[in-house]
Design a protein around this ligand. Structure first.
Ligand code: G4P
Length: 193
């Protein structure tokens, strides 16, 4: 069991059969020592990649991706969620549907901060159905940049995102993959990796 899996067992709370609360250490209050270790672990897993930029989506991804960017010594750019329908031509845009929140957001990245020929490592806290990740991938590709890989802190292996994005040919590295959870007993079962 790795450091993150241990922490999930210690401090994660299974809210229902498909929602895991990790807000005491990851996405509300943040344990910075842990996030720093997460940054080092992604650097190790993508050490052979030529990463020129780290990308994530607001809000919870930002704090994590910042430590990854520090490890690689590259800038971090985060996609912004925008309700505006008047998106101008200065941004790359993708539509992202959230099954958890049952809403749709347009996510945008300014063309000033993403260029053709860049090599992008995408980071996010959760991978569930993969909509956010697919949106980020489409933004990178529409810029003519390359997705070097996707680093996910917690993948919910019983939802379709991980399989769908690996099937598209991308390297997805998840530090913990939850294959099953039970709210009554609080049990979390991780995939052997
Ligand atoms: P998807 O992008 O993989 O399709 O996921 P989905 O629409 O289901 O997730 C939407 C939001 O819910 C995301 O945050 C994601 O991080 C979060 N999420 C998904 N599953 C869980 C879970 O089991 N536990 C927790 N704590 N969060 C989960 P978001 O809307 O982008 O929020 P934020 O980053 O602005 O906080």
């Amino acid at each position: 069991m790795n450091f993150l899996e241990e922490r999930i067992l210690k401090d994660g709370v299974v809210k229902s059969s498909n929602v895991l609360k990790v807000d005491s250490f990851l996405n509300h209050q943040m344990d910075i020592e842990l996030i720093e270790e997460i940054g080092r672990e992604f650097k190790r897993r993508f050490a052979n990649k030529n990463v020129t930029k780290v990308m994530t989506i607001e809000a919870s991804g930002i704090g994590i991706a910042a430590f990854v960017a520090k490890e690689f010594g590259v800038p971090l750019v985060f996609a912004k969620k925008s309700k505006s329908i008047n998106i101008d031509g200065d941004v790359f845009v993708a539509e992202v549907e959230s099954f958890t929140h049952r809403n749709k957001n347009q996510v945008v990245v300014s063309k000033k901060f993403l260029h053709e020929g860049e090599h992008v490592l995408i980071i996010d806290d959760f991978l569930a159905n993969g909509c956010a990740l697919q949106g980020l991938i489409s933004i990178v590709e529409s810029a003519g940049a390359t997705v070097e890989g996707c680093g996910i802190v917690i993948e919910k292996g019983f939802q379709i995102g991980g399989r769908a994005i690996r099937n598209m040919g991308y390297q997805v590295e998840s530090l913990a993959i939850v294959d099953a959870m039970d709210a009554e007993s609080g049990t979390v079962i991780f995939r052997e990796q």
